[in-house]
Unconditional design. Structure first.
Length: 79
């Protein structure tokens, strides 16, 4: 669920935020982009670290399940 929220955030930036920013004049677009990048730049690293931590915890909890290789592959891809 945590990673799904990250994907939703990336999707909303690409589909909704970027087109709105493109409609602004250059000065306003630069300021808005700077503010937006500062906010996401502060939150996203923590969110990504938490996601990899949750994936690692999931691997530990489900270490005896048949899908461990698939979970390990997804964890490796996330890194």
């Amino acid at each position: 669920m945590c990673i799904g929220l990250l994907i939703g955030t990336e999707f909303s930036v690409a589909v909704f935020v970027n087109p709105i920013l493109e409609q602004l004049d250059t000065v306003a677009r630069n300021e808005a982009t700077r503010l937006f990048a500062r906010r996401l730049g502060a939150v996203m690293p923590v969110w990504y670290i938490a996601s990899i931590g949750l994936l690692a915890a999931e691997m530990i909890v489900n270490r005896h399940d048949a899908g461990l290789k698939l979970l390990g592959a997804s964890t490796a891809l996330w890194q």
